[in-house]
Design a protein around this ligand. Sequence first.
Ligand SMILES: [Zn+2]
Length: 386
Amino acid sequence: MPGPPRLIGSEIYRRSSYGGRHPLAIPRVSLMLDLVRAMGWLPDTAYIEAPRATPAELSRFHDKAYIAAVQRAEADQRVDPEVSERYHIGRSGNPVYPEVFSRPATACGATLAAVELLLSGPDAPAIIHSPAGGTHHGRRDRAAGFCYFNDPVLGILRLLDGGVQRVLYVDLDAHHGDGVEDAFRDEPRVLTISIHERDRWPHSGALDDQGPSWRNLPVPPGFNDSELAFLVEDAVLPLGGRFAPEVVVIQSGADGLEDDPMSKLALSNGALWRAVDRLRTLAPRALVLGGGGYNPWAVARCWAGIWATLTGIEIPNRLPPAAQRLLRAVEWRHSLARTPPERWFTTLIDPPNAGPVRGEIAAVAATALGTVKAAVLVRGLEHRRA
Ligand SMILES: [Zn+2]
């Protein structure tokens, strides 16, 4: 019998910030943890404090000289221009901040600990939630998109090293899961599926980029709850079912929410909760990660709701006073915070954003569902077959 779900977090997120006006200068994991505790949803037995991944563990995917450069950046609190140029540390949204090594290494430690636990035998939990994880842009030898290391890649590699034969990775973040897709393009034991806003940074993951080990579902601005449910039911579940994974890894970035300032997608958190709840049925074991999310209230409420969903807890319409006090105490230096709607403090549940499923969404599903042939068709390279 599998054990009950576990939540892996870390206190490092309470005292660490990317600093200044960086989009990640907001509480996310710490606020989510405080919120689920205030709700009485996190017994001590369900919580695990994440270890920090060692350089040796990080080197399973990352370049050793790069790992050393991130460690040195933390020690020196500065980088030389050549190092910045070579490794994209201290530029391109990847600042040097006090925990520039420790914090991302902890996200990797959380995901690796989650994988160890998932693989620990018949009594292992079937579901682990690691909201600090999901740093899907990190590259082997450079930082990218606020990600210094890539915990999903490290976690999937450890699953494979542990003997797992098929891993499905589904990325719900508003940005393309490029780092994970690229790491496993030539790996038949891993299928990556990314739903993301089209024409947004990192500008990869186009509709005509489909392959045997990867599928891309780029979606237009205004992407609504009904459209996400459609893509999950009509594309991701059939693709995932066909692949028959032993483990599903779900990246549940919250930047596709209507309340998030970083994307033009328009999801309510309920749409993400339902998506995660459906996707986890694709395999006997599930690892649910975090990801993007740049409105502290939206992220914490969304991820608290994911934990409730994974543990079968019914989410009340109105938050109890202790949870409301927590949310009201948050400070966010953003224009959206000047007139915050009352619902950011009083409820976890966003107003649903159901709507029509646009024709282009159906086309995205059809293309992703098709074989390589569909991608070739789109590229206009189709040739006659005997
Ligand atoms: Zn994102």
